[in-house]
Design a protein around this ligand. Structure first.
Ligand code: IPE
Ligand code: IPE
Ligand code: MG
Length: 267
């Protein structure tokens, strides 16, 4: 049997096990491991980032096919500026180039693209293409792709706190009106439900300042695969794993055979 056929069979077997009624609506991904993937192959780190773009395209397609509605990906953190200028500049140019090349297809597929994070420090060329891509796709309603760039969860929370403080000092709201709902409505992800599933590739078991508020009850799936090697099959594994989880949100599982009047504890 050819390798392609084996992969197809595996893919079909995994797909068949997925419960279409329990597909997460919103998936968030920390696309990690680009640099190590390249270094392991004795290539400059930038080749990992280049390959990573193709993987994002594949996962975007796979999540649409599966019936997800929102994909939020971490592309550049507020801490990534500490990397060598050469890598930062490469990433910034890559974002512009990819957006320029892909925006027509994104629009044709009725996908809305949003950039989440502080765009101010980016060069005008990138800011312009981001703004034209967002306005071109703003009425698309089949799928939402959030790309987090110069994003930090703590910075987002501080920004909301500052905005609410300003509204409160100007008398627009009362401090006692500040609650989770109002806070949520000021977040950069407002309008989307919280991600049901967070995937992080490359085996790292940390959040790295991603969506600190929104991930409060997300299921976390760590894949040991480096992002450039991640693919639809690995994505389906993450979805299947998610579907096996027991989401309790602080409550308890209902156990039909358990009785509160268990003789062991009743007096
Ligand atoms: C993720 O891969 C992409 C970005 C942070 C831009 P990395 O570049 O962090 O790759 P590793 O983790 O160093 O291998
Ligand atoms: C998180 O990955 C940021 C992105 C994937 C864009 P990092 O590679 O920057 O995070 P750490 O340094 O491993 O925590
Ligand atoms: Mg990394």
């Amino acid at each position: 049997m050819s390798l392609g056929k084996i992969i197809d069979n595996k893919h079909n077997a995994l797909s068949a096990r997925i419960d279409k009624q329990k597909v997460p609506e919103h998936v968030a991904i920390i696309m990690d491991g680009n640099g190590r993937w390249a270094t392991n192959k004795r290539l400059p780190r930038k080749y990992g980032h280049i390959r990573g773009v193709d993987v994002l395209k594949e996962i975007l397609k796979a999540s649409k096919k599966l019936g997800c509605k929102v994909l939020t990906v971490y592309a550049f953190s507020t801490e990534n500026w500490t990397r060598p200028t050469e890598e930062v500049d490469f990433l910034i140019n890559l974002f512009s180039e990819v957006l320029r090349n892909e925006i027509d297809e994104i629009h044709e597929e009725s996908t809305k693209i949003k950039f989440i994070g502080d765009l101010n420090p980016f060069p005008e060329t990138l800011k312009k293409i981001i703004s034209s891509s967002e306005s071109l796709t703003k009425n698309n309603n089949k799928f939402l792709l959030n790309v987090c760039v110069n994003y930090g969860g703590r910075q987002e929370i501080v920004k909301v706190a500052r905005e609410l403080a300003l509204k409160s000092s100007s008398g627009e709201i009362k401090p006692t009106e500040i609650n989770e709902e109002l806070f949520n409505s000021e977040l950069l992800t407002r309008g989307s439900k919280d991600p049901e599933l967070l995937i992080r590739t490359s085996g790292e078991k940390r959040i790295s300042n991603f969506l600190l508020w929104q991930l409060a009850y997300s299921e976390i799936y760590i894949s040991n695969v480096m992002w450039p090697d991640f693919n639809e099959l690995e994505f389906l594994k993450a979805i299947l794993d998610y579907q096996s989880r027991n989401r309790r949100f602080g409550g308890i599982e209902s156990l039909p055979n358990e009785s509160l009047e268990d003789s062991q504890y009743s007096s």
